[in-house]
Design a protein around this ligand. Structure first.
Ligand SMILES: Cc1cc2nc3c(=O)[nH]c(=O)nc-3n(C[C@H](O)[C@H](O)[C@H](O)COP(=O)(O)OP(=O)(O)OC[C@H]3O[C@@H](n4cnc5c(N)ncnc54)[C@H](O)[C@@H]3O)c2cc1C
Length: 461
């Protein structure tokens, strides 16, 4: 018996046209295949298609269009919680598109749409190079980059989206298009920060930056010191050079057996980050924070590939709820408010409330850029907690809301797409002129709104 959201036609028609896999609701692997990285999200599309090639993606788009279905591209499902609905939608999981090519001499990489950051940072690091990867090794390169891309290298080199050289995608009319500055420049502009509304990306090419020496790690203090440490940290941020990118967190480490004993089940205020340069210079930059005598100090010279682990992000699927905002400034009153809602005495169920340091090249539009030219403001906040049970999930969701509400007086007025895990209007992400330009591109390449993205650019107002 077919489920509500199942197709009136058999998926065999698509199977016959593809090298990759198609999984339907009555198939035995359905529950495994439809799962997102965020296990708290219950994804129920009409079909899941796992292409092996760009030609497979062309076949999927043609199949879907012929039946009036939508197409939702997904790399990992890190940001699956924001997707409004997968009704009558083919979920295209790009996990089999895994080619990685590194060209050290040209300092560029070309990767398939299913590649995870760790698959690039490792090989690039062998050549003393680094991409503008995020904090987590298993976030997808494409989803992250289409949404902007805040890296440990971003205060020096800007957002990942603005270091993209070319993107290949299948558009709604079934064309495999390669776009760059000269070919389809408007589409290329829209894809760089405008999200996944314009097609199914099959491959992406981007710049690798020299990173022969990296001084990186984390410092942790008992969270009773949170207010003092955060106040000193915010002061330090005002004059920190662009060569360093950091984050500060109120962190409640879960009591899990595989976590080292000194950290397990404890609560900290933590500052982590990376300095691009020699260790002596990095240590000098960090000296004012070290003067606060952290209980644990893990800053050290590391290979660039190890940057993917300093933040201790979960490296496998987990259930969770999170959401973010951008803070224009963090005054002493803002810090006191944050600590009151998420620090000692708050009864917060959250794993972490993070303040990602902005400024430097993140806040300055480069000469040539995509739809997300910059992120203004002083810090990107992200609040997140684990949702191992529905009750825990409800408590976390409510508390994430409390944190965002409490920090509202310092809201910079613009959201960052990648740190937004709840549904939000497109006008929250982009200034009016940028949104109109994105909508014009959407109307040109996908007037029928075939593509379903986590944060959609609407065809019409
Ligand atoms: C633990 C963790 C750490 C993170 N760290 C950072 C960080 O350091 N910096 C940062 O900027 N962000 C960070 N993020 C946010 C992350 O960048 C977003 O969740 C991003 O959307 C993840 O991309 P994905 O492809 O892995 O996820 P997905 O959920 O698969 O993709 C998100 C969206 O991207 C689009 N998309 C994905 N693949 C394609 C494709 N092939 N074609 C077209 N559209 C596509 C779709 O619209 C999709 O809904 C983090 C998130 C988590 C959970």
């Amino acid at each position: 018996m077919l489920m509500d959201n199942a197709l009136a036609v058999e998926p065999d028609e698509l199977r016959e046209r593809m090298e990759g896999t198609v999984v339907a609701p009555h198939d035995p692997t359905w529950d495994e295949v439809r799962a997102a990285w965020n296990l708290a999200v219950d994804q129920r599309p009409a079909l899941v298609a796992i292409p092996q090639s760009a030609a497979d993606v062309v076949a999927i788009v043609a199949f879907a269009r012929a039946r009036g279905l939508r197409v939702a591209p997904q790399g990992t499902g890190h940001n699956a919680s924001a997707i409004a609905s997968l009704d009558r939608t083919v979920l295209v999981k790009t996990s089999a598109l895994r080619d990685v090519e590194i060209e050290p001499a040209a300092r560029r990489a070309r990767v398939g749409a299913g590649v995870l950051w760790a698959e690039v940072t490792g090989p690039a690091s062998e050549h003393g190079l680094a991409p503008l990867a995020g904090s987590s090794p298993d976030v997808g390169v494409v989803g992250y980059t289409l949404g902007g891309g805040l890296s440990w290298l971003s205060r020096r080199h800007g957002l990942a989206a603005n270091s993209v050289l070319a993107i290949e995608l299948v558009t709604a009319d079934g064309r495999l298009v390669r776009c760059d500055r000269d070919t389809e420049p408007e589409l290329f502009w829209a894809l760089r920060g405008g999200g996944g509304s314009f097609g199914v990306v099959t491959a992406i090419e981007f710049v690798l930056y020299p990173a022969p020496q990296v001084y990186a790690g984390a410092m942790l203090w008992p969270w009773e010191q949170a207010t003092d440490v955060l106040k000193r940290y915010v002061e330090w941020c005002r004059t920190a050079p662009d060569a360093i990118s950091t984050s500060a967190r109120l962190l409640q480490v879960p009591p899990l057996p595989d976590i080292p004993e000194g950290l397990r089940g404890r609560q900290f205020v933590a500052i982590d980050g990376a300095y691009l340069g020699d260790p002596e210079a990095g240590a000098a930059v960090l000296a004012p924070l070290r003067a606060l005598e952290p209980e644990i100090d893990m800053f050290a010279p590391i290979p660039a590939a190890a940057l993917s682990h300093i933040h201790m992000d979960p490296e496998q699927p987990v259930p969770g709820h999170g959401d973010g905002m951008v803070l224009g400034e963090l005054t002493p009153a803002a810090i006191e408010t944050l600590v009151a809602v998420a620090g000692p005495g708050s009864r917060s169920p959250l794993l972490a409330v993070e303040l990602r340091q902005l400024g430097g090249a993140i806040g300055v539009p480069p000469a040539e850029h995509g739809a997300l030219a910059k992120i203004g403001g002083a810090f990107a906040l992200f609040a997140v907690g684990m949702a191992m049970t529905p009750d825990m999930g409800a408590a976390v969701e409510a508390h994430v809301g409390r944190v965002i509400e409490a920090m509202d007086p310092w809201d910079a007025g613009r959201r960052y797409l990648n740190f937004t895990e709840r549904q939000a209007d497109a006008s929250a992400f982009f200034p009016e002129g940028t949104l109109r330009r994105l909508q014009a591109v959407k109307r040109a390449v996908d007037p029928g709104d075939v593509f379903c993205s986590n944060h959609p650019v609407p065809v019409a107002d």
